[in-house]
Design a protein around this ligand. Sequence first.
Ligand code: SF4
Length: 172
Amino acid sequence: MSPLIEIQEIKLASPACDPGSQRWSVFVPVEADLSEVMPYLNAVWKDAQYDHRAKVLIRRSGQHAIAIRPHEVAVSNALDRADAQRLVEELIAEINAVWQRRDEITPQTEMRRRPTAMEVYKQLPRTNCRACGQSSCYNFALHLLAGDVRLTDCAPLTEEARRALAELLGTP
Ligand code: SF4
């Protein structure tokens, strides 16, 4: 079976919100219509925000924001062209793999709401112990939503709270 996306061209641009930045936004024009794969990606990526009507799927992956539109894949925060190439190749391999096994996946078109920092904060120990390196539990919640830290960085977190947060954030 041929892949859904084949990389023809990679475009780098300064982020619109931060012109002159040393980091790059990466854009890959895609010939195929990616709106068909989006409901399958939405089913697999539990932490994605998907708008079926607008045909856009957004996800955070570590330091990077990913946006998929019908004829474009975009990734933020690349260091340089080599980093952009690596990020794009990994992402497109993942999308192609989901497309290849779409017969085994139940597509999902519902929109997922992103939890607020306060909702995340309420599940944390709220002791501001700073063991995670953040100045407060609320700061940790903000960084968790930005993908800069992981649940395992909060050592005092109980297993029950970890499960509740993983459910809220759509992460394993
Ligand atoms: S380690 Fe956990 S409890 Fe301590 S400040 Fe960080 S988030 Fe709060």
